[in-house]
Design a protein around this ligand. Structure first.
Ligand code: CA
Length: 180
């Protein structure tokens, strides 16, 4: 029992010292930074929002579906949706609104042909929370290659002594095929 009664004052002193050092002087802390980045004297928001479009394929050409991202300069709420996007050279897939300042759209290349997918947003398509609409259009494109089949026509039966048959082929893309 004498051991326990001796330990308690030591423990208490240790805890008290730790609590004191944890205080750290306390009165020298900097005041918290002001909330928000807009000074209270700023006028109404008259800055038009803008959008930057990019694709998730860094290679020069894509060979399958491409996800285009739309990153807005400020919160545009729900004013932007899939109907604000014009797509050429591919078919429109899933549109996702990540939040008020980001969205994505999947575009699948037209099967069997090579070409360019273009995604664009016209001016006046979306607005910020103050009601300012985007003044500038935006666009992005990605070239794509797609597999295609080449079908050779049968040369048919050939008679001895006649000229060799000319091979003929058609491509699934509809583009002309040159045989050399
Ligand atoms: Ca604005």
């Amino acid at each position: 029992m004498s051991y326990r009664t001796f330990l308690h004052p030591l423990l208490a002193a240790t805890i008290a010292a730790a609590a004191l050092s944890g205080c750290g002087g306390g009165d020298a802390e900097a005041p918290p930074p002001p909330v928000g980045s807009t000074p209270p004297t700023a006028g109404p928001d008259t800055t038009a929002p803008s959008v930057t479009i990019a694709s998730d394929v860094s290679a020069p050409t894509a060979s399958g579906p491409v996800t285009f991202s739309f990153v807005f300069s400020e919160d545009v709420g729900t004013s932007f949706d899939g109907g604000d996007i014009t797509v050429d050279g591919g078919s429109v897939g899933a549109f996702t609104r990540i939040d008020g300042s980001q969205a994505t759209l999947v575009v699948t290349p037209t099967p069997g042909v090579a070409g360019t997918m273009t995604v664009s947003v016209a001016a006046g398509s979306f607005s910020d929370l103050a009601g300012n609409t985007n003044a500038a259009a935006a666009t992005a494109s990605k070239d794509y290659i797609a597999t295609q089949s080449i079908t050779f026509a049968s040369p048919g039966d050939q008679a001895l002594g006649t000229a060799p048959p000319a091979l003929q082929a058609t491509a699934s893309s509809g583009l002309p095929v040159t045989i050399t």
